[in-house]
Design a binder for this molecule. Sequence first.
Ligand code: C2E
Ligand code: CA
Ligand code: CA
Ligand code: CA
Length: 279
Amino acid sequence: AAKETGEPYRHWSPALDERAGEHARLGAEMRAALLAGDFRVVYQPIVAMPEGRVTAVEALVRWQHPQRGLISPAQFVPVAERNGLIVDLGAWILRTACEQLVAWRAALGPDAPDRVSVNVSARQLARPQFPATVADILISTGLPARCLTVEVTETAVFGGGQAVTALHALRALGVRIALDDFGTGHSSLGLLHTVPVDVLKVDKSFVDRVTEAGRHAVIARALIQVSDGLGLTAVAEGVETREQVEALYALGYRLLQGYHFGRPEAAPDFRPRVHAVEA
Ligand code: C2E
Ligand code: CA
Ligand code: CA
Ligand code: CA
């Protein structure tokens, strides 16, 4: 595995050894869990201000482990990326999310969210077959391509190559591309020249302190200006308080996501939320 990922050799230590053992165990259990149907997809609302409509949802994976209970993706997604299972797991997540939006559209009509946003890892994007897999899922579920957004991190597309080729192919299908955790990666602004992007997801770290008069608020302001200036859509992530909603709205953010509006859930509430912001 060290060879494959190009990770430098590390000296043995008990802690590392334990972690490696834990990863190996998790990795072995994951394929079985995928077959056993122990993964779930939950959906967090993305809300349009000021009217409070849920215009989109972000799909987030969960592992319902029969013994260990609910396992966070922060624990198992990195392991799945390393052992390659993210390719099959990711395809299952994409299909499940697309099927779910088709079901909501049938049940709710215009009250269904317009789009579902699905996280895609570097490892998935690097496979030349990936755009064909997405096309296949769209055709077999019947979801229009414009209803799907893929979320990729700056790190996954940094350096160009196959990942950027894949994004162009997805764009050609009509799928939207969101740059996740924007502002925290390598070369944020330079990347916007080379990578086809529709949506910037402004990282929670800027949202956290947007109400304080400091550098985070300055950066949040700069990021919405870049987004507007390039004709992109900005989504502010990790919005937890009403004060943040108001500060973000005042800066020009119109799409917000975070616990303030709703946690990720199997069946979120799509009624308009909230928030007479001063328009
Ligand atoms: P992410 O894509 O940046 O997803 C946002 C994370 O922030 C989610 O954590 C979400 O539950 C959490 N979050 C949303 N609003 C708030 C808030 O107001 N406050 C706080 N404290 N947290 C908030 P989650 O679901 O645990 O996912 C963690 C990360 O795991 C994701 O970060 C993403 O990188 C990865 N991940 C999750 N699902 C998938 C998936 O289906 N595929 C892939 N490749 N990665 C996934
Ligand atoms: Ca995301
Ligand atoms: Ca994010
Ligand atoms: Ca993140």
